[in-house]
Ligand binder design. Structure first.
Ligand code: DX5
Ligand code: ZN
Length: 216
């Protein structure tokens, strides 16, 4: 099947003193959305930014904003991220709270809802929710930092979901680059999240095209 590939660019490891420039870079390179990694230092070992900063980002950038909540209590804060301008909220199945309540709350605010699975979490845990969400995000590294190495064992999870859900958006996050992109696309992923590969490329537009599976 020929799927349209969506590229969402993360700014996690970039220089926030030139945030506006970096956001423009993503727009000019053909990125489809901005992936915002929100980490609370409890759910994952890093601390990043919250709704206040995202509200500022929404004024600097015309692309849709997607929040990836790596926080222990997503239900408590998710509306703040929607208020700040995020049109899609990803929460981890490993975080606290009842997944169905979180899904309802996100959809109740007319935002899209994605569930995230850590590399060690089995696909079976998410099956009861797959008909109820807009996308599933398969982590290809352990949450916390950009620039980690891709874990190839996650490919079978993508394949398993794609086999049964031909239309669901399947996102991948972590370690996606020139060498790993083909395997995730071939497994059935259609939303590609990347940080270091795009920003470390001299030609960022070319990097985004590569992530879309487009040849020169
Ligand atoms: C990791 C984050 C990722 C990260 C991706 O916790 O969820 O979004 O920024 O960075 P790269 O593409 O460099 O692996
Ligand atoms: Zn992320």
């Amino acid at each position: 099947m020929n799927r349209k590939i969506h590229v969402s660019v993360s700014i996690l490891a970039e220089d926030f003193s030139i945030l506006g420039e970096n956001l423009k870079t993503i727009e000019n390179a053909g990125g489809d959305s901005i992936h915002l990694d929100v980490i609370d230092g409890v759910f994952a070992p890093n601390i990043t930014f919250g709704p206040v900063v995202i509200k500022g980002i929404s004024k600097l950038c015309a692309l849709p904003l997607h929040a990836h909540l790596m926080i222990k209590y997503p239900e408590k804060y998710l509306e703040d991220f929607i208020d700040a301008g995020c049109s899609q909220i990803y929460f981890h199945l490993e975080s606290e709270g009842k997944p169905q309540n979180i899904i309802n709350k996100i959809h109740g605010r007319k935002a899209k809802c994605g569930i995230v699975l850590n590399p060690d979490t089995s696909v079976d845990t998410v099956i009861p929710y797959l008909e109820k969400i807009d996308s599933i995000l398969i982590m290809c590294v352990h949450p916390g930092f950009s620039g980690q190495e891709f874990i190839p064992e996650v490919l079978s999870k993508i394949e398993k979901i794609r086999e049964n859900y031909p239309k669901l958006d399947i996102a991948v996050d972590g370690g996606i680059n020139d060498e790993t992109i083909d395997s995730v696309l071939n497994s059935g992923a259609n939303v590609i999240i990347a940080n270091s590969y795009v920003f470390s490329s001299k030609d960022r537009a070319k990097a985004v095209r590569r992530l879309k599976g487009l040849n020169e």
